[in-house]
Write a protein that binds this ligand. Structure first.
Ligand SMILES: [Zn+2]
Length: 391
């Protein structure tokens, strides 16, 4: 069947001499149609391959109206070209995809759970099974049963059969697109599965190396099972080991004490934050009493690097101790910071009148109500002039 694309004839072919038979633009992006291709177009849950055509980067491969469009980074003229496949990426897809076939077959035959959907993700893939929940024990049994089939190194093969033969064959899924005519492509895992599929697959379950089930999630009455297979699994394990080593270094404890140590640190941080809040309250009260003890009915103080909420607390305390008093507080490092003007109920100072003038002097902006005016300052060196406005 020479009219089949090269990726279907030989899923391990990574390079091919062919020719551009059509070049054009679609949605503003240049594309070519080739006489033959090793690049798989997105379909059946398997992402499109990436690679190069005539040295130009392929950004997407899609099947449209029976032809395969290679979307390119830059336009390409018709002529003879070499198509190159990003094999590392493709083999990863073959591993995740073939793992799905195996998981689907074992989940159905050993547990009676039918697969209703499949997603090949960039980091993690999943299948959806028509069972409301899967507990940890069942997940472990499924993983063990799948591992046994990987060890059995079962050959995986693909072939095309006529519609007649297809009708007479016991195939797991009968999911042909409406209006399908012509041959049907069957993919077989020797002894355990026969399914319709147009994707690319490993040649043996041994090539999956291993499948790790990562967990489950309930959705729409079914259960999604997350997994990684093959080289991805080794890479992921490597990352987990590296992360654990970093955590060991940060927390200074052995692996089995990491969670306890992290929880303890979080509790300590929370305790510390509670203590800081309490001390700030005490400090604000002490500062307010100190200011209230000073002579006169107007106070001014620069509070260093404190924030606006601390300033509000000091001002509230002070005007409640002495309702005749007004206070101008500033805080910040260098020229930039905050200011707050507060007038007690019996103070003669009008904060709404004086506040904007202080803001102007400090080259800042502010607002307020009920005897308080506060905002940002950009010229704290004018603080003395602002204090002088209070009379
Ligand atoms: Zn497949």
């Amino acid at each position: 069947m020479s009219d089949l694309p090269a990726y279907e004839r030989d899923s391990r072919l990574a390079r091919l001499e062919t020719s551009v038979i059509e070049a054009g633009t679609k949605n503003g992006e240049p594309f070519v149609v080739l006489a033959d291709t090793v690049l798989y177009p997105e379909g059946g849950g398997q992402p499109a391959d990436l690679g190069r055509v005539g040295g130009v980067t392929v950004t997407d491969v899609q099947r449209r109206d029976g032809v395969i469009l290679h979307v390119l980074e830059t336009p390409l003229e018709p002529g003879v070209v070499t198509v190159e496949l990003d094999w590392t990426r493709r083999f990863d897809h073959m591993q995740q995809h073939t793992a799905q076939h195996l998981l689907t077959a074992v989940a159905a035959d050993r547990f009676g759970w039918l697969t209703t959907a499949f997603h090949l993700g960039e980091h993690v893939s999943d299948i959806e099974l028509d069972v409301p929940a899967i507990d940890e024990g069942q997940l472990r049994l499924l993983e063990d049963a799948v591992a046994a089939e990987i060890r059995a190194a079962r050959p995986v093969t693909a072939r095309r059969v006529s519609m007649d033969e297809y009708e007479r064959t016991d195939v797991r899924s009968r999911g042909l697109p409406a209006g399908h005519s012509g041959d049907v492509r069957l993919v077989e895992i020797d002894g355990i599965d026969l399914n319709t599929c147009g994707g690319t697959h490993c040649s043996s379950t041994a090539e999956l190396e291993a499948i790790k089930l990562l967990g489950t999630e309930s959705l729409r009455g079914g259960t999604r099972v997350f997994y990684v297979a093959g080289e991805r699994l080794r890479r992921r394990l490597g990352q987990e080991v590296e992360r654990t080593a970093l955590l060991r270094g940060v927390l200074g404890v052995a692996d089995d004490e990491l969670v306890d140590a992290a929880e303890l640190r979080i509790e300590q941080v929370k305790d510390g934050a509670r203590t800081v809040r309490r001390l700030e309250e005490e400090l604000a009260t002490a500062l307010a009493s100190q200011l209230a003890a000073r002579a006169g009915v107007v106070s001014a103080e620069h509070l260093g690097s404190h924030d606006l909420s601390f300033m509000q607390r000091v001002a509230r305390e002070l005007t409640s101790i002495d309702s005749k008093r007004a206070v101008l507080l500033t805080a910040g490092e260098g020229e930039v910071g905050f200011f707050l003007l507060a007038a007690g109920e019996e103070s003669t100072i009008d904060a709404s009148e004086l506040g904007p003038r202080i803001a102007h002097l400090l080259e800042g902006k502010g607002g307020g109500k009920g005897g308080v005016f506060q905002g940002r300052a950009n010229r704290l060196s004018n603080r003395e002039a602002a204090v002088a406005l209070l009379g």
